[in-house]
Design a protein around this ligand. Structure first.
Ligand code: PHE
Length: 335
């Protein structure tokens, strides 16, 4: 038995340093150990055989582990995250035509993520909607001039590709009614593409993205709304910000406000340079009523704004048209 231990110690040391570890399993000392078994008294054979067998298993494991160590040394390290060309296997950077995630997709996900972490549920907005959700449930009277402000497209069937994400408000309110009645709150954001029949220039696009927030409780206040928006913007830009509001008219809020931040010095702003970021306000009683929520019992606030504007400020992008331009060199800067 002493002999088994000696052989084991010696071979394990040799295997760990060998370039051909498997060869060592053929050493004569080992063969001898296997060979003596038949010369042993019958009562010793079992215990001896068991020990030899354990030795064999240990040596085999040591050989395998040494072999895989040797293999690792011979294979070049591979960066599994590097883009590669499936046809040639080349690890060189892909040519531009392979594309990357669009910066608006990335940033929209960031925005939604911040609100989700603040406790808002997120819903993607619809890309085709109707007059009722675009105007009716949002307290736009029939033939009211405020409707014209939204430059809406219409399909031949009379459907409307939404001109703002506020088209989701009525659905969010109706869905959330049960939560209110159970003593809870409605806290939701909707996000998605919106469309306006506008001439395109550096600051106007026919297709862009918005994110909308809706909050309803028994005692929601304008102060809560401003706190929510401040903390969103400060998180998104990663710094403290100065904010201000000014009165604005939207039929679906009362009072209605425009929310502005002072352009941060870190992003090239001068003090006193204000940027309007979004529209907001306390949800109009008629909007609550049209979702079956009693405005005498519940109050809410809502806001909505464009994603492009946020992103342009963050990265110093001057022309809105770049986003839809298909300029891959521009888009790849955000990859
Ligand atoms: N929907 C408005 C717009 O696009 C913004 C807004 C949303 C204003 C919610 C107030 C409340 O112009």
């Amino acid at each position: 038995m002493q002999n088994i231990e000696d052989v084991q110690k010696d071979l394990l040391t040799k295997i760990a340093a060998s370039d051909a570890p498997r060869e060592l399993l053929k050493t004569p000392e080992l063969k001898k150990l296997y060979g003596v078994i038949k010369d042993l008294p019958a009562e010793d054979r079992g215990a001896y055989g068991k020990n030899v067998n354990e030795l064999r298993v240990k040596l085999e494991a040591a050989v395998l582990s040494r072999e895989s160590e040797l293999e690792d040394v011979n294979v070049e390290a591979i960066d599994v995250t590097a883009p590669w060309d499936a046809n040639t296997g080349s690890l060189d950077l892909l040519p531009t035509e392979y594309g990357t995630q669009h910066p608006l997709t990335t940033e929209l996900a960031n925005v939604v993520d911040i609100f989700t972490r603040m406790g808002f549920e997120a819903f993607e907005s619809r890309q085709i909607d109707d007059d009722e959700h675009m105007f009716g449930t949002l307290n736009f009277p029939e033939n009211h001039p405020a409707r014209d402000g939204y430059d809406t497209f219409r399909t031949e069937e009379g459907f409307i590709p939404p001109a703002h994400t506020s088209t989701m408000q009525n659905r969010i309110l109706k869905d959330g009614k049960a939560k209110l009645e159970a003593g809870g709150q409605i806290a939701a954001v909707s996000y998605g593409r919106v469309f306006r029949n506008e001439d395109v220039d550096a600051t106007h696009e026919h297709t862009f993205y918005q994110c909308e927030g809706v909050f309803v409780s028994r005692d929601a206040t304008l102060g809560q709304m401003l706190g929510t928006l401040r903390s969103f913007f400060e998180t998104y830009y990663g710094q403290k910000l100065k904010i201000k509001t000014q009165p604005a008219y939207f039929p679906f809020v009362e009072p209605g406000l425009e929310f502005a931040i002072e352009k941060p010095a870190a992003l090239g702003g001068k003090s006193g340079e204000w940027l309007e970021m979004l529209g907001c306000g306390m949800i109009h009683p008629n909007v609550l009523s049209s979702a079956g929520i009693d405005p005498n019992e519940y109050r809410g606030f809502a806001w909505g704004g464009g994603i492009e504007r946020l992103v342009m400020l963050k990265y110093g992008i001057e022309d809105l048209r770049y986003f839809e331009s298909g300029k891959l060199q521009f888009l790849r800067k955000f990859a």
